[in-house]
Design a protein around this ligand. Structure first.
Ligand SMILES: [Cu+2]
Length: 420
């Protein structure tokens, strides 16, 4: 079945939806063309000319009936077949245990993705509990929360029904999976949902794109000006609501895999509670530094001094291009910054001592700039960020071992001034 738009539907229901759109376009298209031909033909044929005066009909009951009833019947048929499709897409499901469940929460500017964990139930949330280390406001006294997992991309098994619960934390967003023909508003305070079944794995979909012309292949998001490659195709989640200046940065990857691979991936995901909350409580102070940027950030702000290292921010070798694994930490940092007013922070880049001093200094400056640009795009409220490249001048470990050099290549954030 031909897709509506350049891409075939990656979900089961999308095929039906595409068909409906084609039927509507064909019917309304034919009517559009015929009525316009008639419009011009009639005004030409009955024009005033010698021996012929223009005809004037003020009223005709039969005509009125025909052009009221005909469109009404056609519209009713279209609407009812639409309703029929809608009811098929959104069935009432009593037993949710067979479903793949996922919760997405939109915020300015990103998505927080939550899977319910082995108990297959989401824990309770309360917006009053939202904090830097608890972005969803999960109630930790509800044990259903303890196995819930926060993930960085949506992974789904092929052929399984998926139910996505959709909410928003601030303004209206819209959960949009173009390839799956899924779009639903994310409304603060009013959860919505969609149900769909992926029918092709990412790999299968890539094979389909192999034979289509290059202009129909979406650009590589990391390298939009580069060549378009079917091998690099990724399903994506976008926000379809113009929700603010960082709107475009609400892109997330969606991966569809076979069931076995999905099960394996699911096993590798950690409970947010055990990983970020319980562990922290159990760790006495002044032990291992935490790697949760929001926790470290809050601590630095309450101390009013110090610097924190961004543990998960990395760059492609020799370049100032952030690697994809840096995004979650930077998103968390941006969320934390949004919650504070009047901060002035320095974002510093540091390198090891390999290579030339001037080049290191310029690279570290570019890297600090890249982090600041990313954070600004994600929304940082009124925070002022000053990027600074120190090159190799401030090592924190020896440059004589590879481990030491790894520690020296880092990005840090420190307070310059603070006014509450
Ligand atoms: Cu949005």
């Amino acid at each position: 079945m031909l897709g509506f738009g350049p891409h075939e539907s990656a979900s089961v229901h999308g095929v039906e939806l595409d068909r409906l759109l084609w039927v509507t376009i064909v019917i309304t298209g034919i009517v559009f063309v015929l009525t316009h031909i008639a419009l011009f033909w009639f005004s030409y044929k009955y024009r005033e000319r010698e021996g012929h005066s223009a005809k004037f009909i003020s009223h005709d009951n039969r005509l009125e009936l025909i052009w009221t009833i005909t469109p009404a019947v056609v519209m009713t048929l279209l609407v009812f077949s639409g309703l029929d499709v809608w009811n098929k897409i959104m069935p009432d499901i009593e037993d949710k245990s067979e479903l793949v469940q996922l919760e997405v929460t939109g915020f300015q500017f990103g998505w927080i993705l939550r899977y319910p964990g082995p108990d297959k139930e989401f824990g309770a949330r309360n917006f009053r509990k939202i904090s830097g280390s608890n972005p969803l406001g999960q109630d930790w006294t509800d044990t259903k929360n303890h196995d819930d997992m926060h993930v960085s991309k949506i992974v789904l098994p092929k052929g399984k029904q998926v139910r996505v619960k959709i909410t928003a934390r601030d303004v209206l967003h819209s959960f949009y999976l173009p390839h799956f023909r899924v779009k639903m508003d994310a409304v603060p305070g009013m959860p919505t949902y969609v149900i769909f079944t992926p029918q092709f794995t990412t790999e299968e979909y890539r094979q389909k794109l192999k034979d289509v012309p290059e202009y129909m292949i979406p650009a590589d998001a990391e390298n939009p000006d580069g060549p378009k490659k079917w091998e690099a195709f990724k399903y994506e989640l976008a926000c379809a609501e113009l929700c603010g200046t960082g709107h475009y940065s609400m892109r997330r990857e969606v991966v569809v895999v076979e069931q076995a691979e999905y099960d394996k991936w699911l096993k590798e995901q950690n409970s947010y509670y055990l990983q970020n909350i319980k562990k922290k409580e159990a760790t006495p102070k002044h032990e291992e530094p935490s790697d949760d940027v929001s926790v470290n950030m809050e601590k630095m702000l309450s101390d009013g001094t110090g610097a924190i290292k961004l543990e998960h921010v990395h760059f492609k070798t020799g370049s100032a291009q952030l690697t994809e694994d840096s995004w979650p930490e930077l998103n968390t940092l941006a969320r934390t910054l949004m919650a504070h007013k009047g901060l002035k922070l320095e974002v510093s880049g540091h390198t090891d001592n390999q290579g030339n001093d001037t080049a290191n200094k310029s690279l570290s400056q570019k890297r600090a700039d890249a982090v600041v640009i990313y954070l600004k795009k994600s929304g940082i409220g009124q925070t002022i960020l000053v990027p600074k490249g120190y090159g190799e001048t401030l090592p924190v470990a020896t440059n004589d071992t590879p481990e030491g050099r790894t520690l020296n290549r880092r990005t840090e954030v420190k307070i310059i001034s603070e006014s509450h």
